[in-house]
Design a protein around this ligand. Structure first.
Ligand code: G
Ligand code: MN
Length: 451
């Protein structure tokens, strides 16, 4: 626009010059002996030459610029149609005003389908929050853009896609933000493991932040009387992913301790709704026992301490039993009993039991399965029952799924049974209340067990 005006101005100057030269030449011809006008005429012709040269120069540069712009437009068009990336533009409300075909490959939409839609519609909740903050910051402050931002988007079929991209605000002549323009591409496989860990961390942080954890209880039944002896508290998550998955996520995100503690305190909190009389088993990893003042948490919970059992769970080998026993001592002194969980599996070996001298030995379900038909498993269970006698401990069989298993446990002198056969873990307080009155059949129901 500006250059066009300049050209017109130069043309006008040229016209005036031409007029002057013509009139001067006539004057020069008329005045025969005067050298002054002749000199002026030479200057005027030279000036005319300069202006003519400048005009041609300008015209050449404008047409050159036009050609360059044309090339650029062609390049952009080629980019739009061949790029693997998604190129987009939006207004300030983040409604898409332009999208190339890249959106099809990355998110499964045709460009026409996303036009007019808010960008945020295509993102997961956490990406929505980050994007809103980024765009608000760009509108407020003079942010020139952002690069290599990773975010979780929603594919048309519902699955989550990790995309990385850059964007920057579009500004009008006065510098006001009138929209945004950006690109998105898929994250390479190499980056994906990092992304998975980051996603796990975000998920765990989400649970920690919103306390989206529920407490289920599972009854532990006295095999001699068939009545309720205790319950074990088990963490459950609202998205129905199993606790193992959640604790694995927490482990890889370095948030295991936090999740352990949340599960422990949530269980203590829920225990107030349990029927009187039964004991309450709370799972605690050695790391949690070592790192957190569980005695304090327990004493503040308002549950009679004599009802509480801390189940030492074990996913890794304990290196320092002296430290672990020292950390358990205040709990024991307060009257809390200690159980060894998953005995006979993984790292919960016999020496683990010898080192911790628990009040309760919980036999892992891998020893209970096929107990009725496998003499070797029965021998192992018997050895644990004898060990418990020497330690003054009681024994619970975990993961009881059949009457044959239950009856065999009773015959071998195991004190308690726990498992799906008796009841699945439940978050329903009405069922917890019902257990106090319930009588479980524990013998005489299966085919006779021969030992
Ligand atoms: O290791 P620990 O005893 O804390 O494990 C308890 C887990 O075992 C819980 O997640 C619980 O749902 C599960 N569980 C409880 N009873 C049974 C059962 O009878 N069979 C199986 N397979 N799992 C069980
Ligand atoms: Mn347990």
């Amino acid at each position: 626009m500006v250059t066009k005006r300049w050209i017109w101005l130069l043309v006008a100057v040229l016209a005036v010059e031409l007029g002057l030269i013509v009139s001067m030449s006539l004057d020069v011809l008329a005045a025969t002996n005067d050298s002054q006008p002749r000199w002026l005429a030479i200057v005027a012709v030279a000036w005319f030459g300069v202006i003519l040269f400048a005009t041609f120069g300008l015209i050449r540069s404008v047409s050159g610029g036009r050609r360059a712009l044309h090339h650029q437009a062609e390049a952009i068009a080629a980019d739009e149609s061949t790029s693997q990336d998604w190129l987009w533009e939006s207004d300030t409300d983040l409604r898409l005003t332009y999208s190339n075909d890249g959106v099809q490959a990355l998110l499964g939409y045709a460009p026409a389908e996303v036009l007019g839609r808010p960008l945020l519609d295509l993102m997961t909740d956490e990406a929505r929050q980050i994007t809103t903050e980024l765009h608000a910051a760009a509108k407020r402050a003079g942010i020139t853009g952002w690069t290599s931002q990773e975010a979780r988007w929603l594919h048309r079929d519902g699955h989550v896609v990790v995309l990385q991209g850059s964007a920057r605000p579009i500004r009008d002549l006065r510098g006001h933000v009138v929209g945004f323009r950006g690109t998105r591409s898929s994250v390479t496989a190499n980056d994906l493991s990092d992304r998975v860990a980051a996603a796990a961390r975000l998920r765990v942080l989400g649970v920690l932040g919103a306390s989206a954890l529920e407490v289920a209880f599972q009854p532990i039944v006295d095999l001699a009387t068939g009545s309720l002896a205790g319950v074990e508290a088990l963490a459950r998550f609202r998205d129905n992913r199993g606790p193992e998955e959640w604790f694995r996520d927490a482990h890889s995100a370095g948030l295991e301790l936090e999740l352990d503690e949340l599960a422990f305190t949530a269980a203590l909190g829920a225990a107030a709704q349990l029927p009187d009389g039964c004991w309450i088993s709370l799972n605690a990893s050695p790391a949690l026992i070592l790192a957190r003042p569980l005695t304090e948490l327990i004493l503040n919970a308002g549950i009679p301490v004599g009802r509480l059992v801390v189940e030492v769970t074990e996913q890794a080998r304990v290196d320092d039993y002296v430290a672990l026993n020292a950390a358990l001592l205040p709990l024991r002194n307060a009257g809390v009993r200690v159980a060894v969980d998953d005995t006979g599996a993984g790292y919960a070996s016999l020496s683990h039991v010898l080192q911790l001298r628990p009040d309760v030995i919980k036999i892992d379900r891998s020893l209970i399965t096929e107990l009725a038909t496998d003499a070797a498993r029965r021998s192992l269970v018997t050895s644990l029952v004898l060990l418990a006698l020497d330690l003054g401990a009681v024994v619970t069989g975990e993961g009881v799924e059949t009457f044959a298993e239950l009856e065999t446990l009773a015959v071998l002198g195991v004190d308690h049974g726990q498992g799906y056969l008796l009841s699945r873990p439940t978050t329903d307080p009405l069922q917890w209340a019902g257990w106090a009155r319930r009588q479980w059949r524990t013998t005489g129901t299966a085919t006779r067990v021969r030992i």
